[in-house]
Design a binder for this molecule. Structure first.
Ligand code: GP9
Ligand code: MN
Length: 432
């Protein structure tokens, strides 16, 4: 009921931050292309195999003068994998404790999504993905989130050609080519979410497209990972070249993020080999959960930012960069660029990372050094750990309440945002 919302609203309001004046509104009115790098981990950045960079285009992008890159950004997905990442990125709500929130609630719940805000701010909103629209219930969910368009597999030329497909759907290079064409036709300013696919377990690719050496960990499900990551990187490079050639790059921000691990913690010996170690600790495994998050735009003040944060923080960060007020809505993350950004990264299993300490698989470490600690030995540390755990548990359970109880439907006193009516969205705006 509406009464359930009150304590949650209070909790969320306490986390509200004042935006960083150096960044507030920096992306205002620009086109936004947000690229979902499937299963892409932060360790791939600047990583080399046989002396060759796995992802030269993304590396170059990461180090560009107008790119703001985050070095301590974590994936926070649970069982919903990709769909959890989407829920966090687009709504600043966690995936649910079990299952996929998009699958179970996407078609029916009320949302206060980023696309909803942007649509109300004059943006065209579009999603692109080379798989069937039913996967993760996207077809229905994106209407609830206010997407004007959803270009799924059938929108792509010759989409069923077996040579164009691998794994779940279209190969990234084929996908990027038509996507670029569609982007150019969208009314500006636009917000486009581009979800790649080829760098997905089990990392298989046809011979003609493999032009990178596999790693030699001896773990069959791991060694192809850098090859599909390299292919994804090439497809990204091709899209960037198109943006430059068409001049679209002049008024467009490009954002990259990784959704979750490519190599799970079940592959410890292989992870150790990739890291050049004899074995891995829980500290190494906590760092293994890092994924890229980077923002590039003409004139943007770039650099590597070491703030601790994660997928839940993306929407509040982007809202401030876009200069759109969302202080009156229910979001569980905070702006990564704000001075008061809360550097607590909550994971779905109750683990967490902060700028001071981390908890991973029941062990505690000093974040900066990896020193194993016993919080009980130091009352000050014990207190911090207790407070952090309580914040993590509250945040996750409040987010779950919002989703499982469809609480945003009760949200009325909102000056920033009009309720999204999913019936207004049919993915054929202006074409019917
Ligand atoms: C399928 C794709 C994969 O369309 O997004 O989802 P995942 O298996 O990574 O959750
Ligand atoms: Mn995924």
């Amino acid at each position: 009921s509406v009464a359930d919302l009150a304590p949650i609203e209070k909790f969320v309001k306490q986390q509200n931050t004042t935006p960083n004046p150096a960044y507030y509104g920096a992306l205002k009115g620009k086109n936004i292309i947000m690229i979902h790098l499937e299963s892409f981990q932060q360790f791939l950045i600047d990583y080399k195999v046989d002396g060759k960079e796995v992802t030269p285009n993304i590396n170059k992008f990461y180090h560009e003068q107008n790119t703001l890159g985050f070095s301590n950004f974590y994936n926070q997905v649970g069982q919903g994998k990709t769909s959890d990442a989407e829920m966090m990125l687009d709504n600043s709500l966690y995936g649910t404790a079990s299952g996929s929130a998009m699958t179970n609630y996407g078609a029916t719940n009320t949302f206060q999504s980023m696309e909803g805000y942007l649509d109300q701010d004059g943006y065209t909103t579009a999603a692109f993905h080379g798989d069937v629209p039913s996967f993760w219930n996207r077809e229905a969910t994106y209407k609830s989130w206010g997407f004007d368009y959803f270009f799924s597999k059938a929108y792509y030329k010759d989409a069923d050609n077996p040579a164009y497909n691998v794994g779940y759907g279209l190969k990234d290079k084929i996908f990027m080519k038509d996507t670029a064409n569609y982007l150019q036709q969208l009314p500006q300013p636009y917000f486009a979410k581009v979800i790649t696919l080829t760098n997905h377990y089990p990392y298989t690719l046809d011979k003609e497209n493999i032009d990178f050496p596999a790693t030699k960990t001896g773990d069959k499900t791991v060694d192809g990972y850098v090859q599909t990551a390299h292919y994804l990187d090439e497809s990204f490079g091709e899209l960037m070249a198109y943006l430059q050639k068409s001049g679209m790059d002049k008024n467009t921000a490009v954002i990259l993020y990784g959704d979750h691990y490519g190599i799970s913690e079940n592959h410890k010996p292989a992870i150790a080999k990739l890291l050049g170690k004899t074995s891995v600790t829980n500290y190494d495994l906590a760092n293994w959960e890092k994924v890229p998050f980077m923002i590039n735009a003409p004139g943007l003040k770039g650099g590597i930012n070491n703030t601790y944060g994660g997928e839940i923080d993306v929407m509040p960060t982007l809202m401030d960069l876009l200069g759109i007020s969302d202080t009156n809505t229910i979001h569980f993350g905070t702006d990564l660029l704000a001075a008061a950004h809360k550097q607590i990264v909550a994971f779905r299993n109750g683990d967490w990372v902060t700028n001071e300490y981390m908890k991973h698989n029941g062990q505690y470490f000093v974040t900066a050094t990896g020193t194993l600690i016993s919080p009980k030995a130091d009352p000050r540390v014990e207190q911090i750990v207790k407070q952090t755990q309580s914040y993590v548990n509250t945040s996750l359970s409040y987010s779950d309440k919002v989703i499982t109880g469809d609480l945003l439907r009760f949200f009325k006193t909102n000056t920033d945002f009009k309720k999204i009516n999913r019936k207004d969205y049919s993915y054929n705006k202006g074409t019917s």
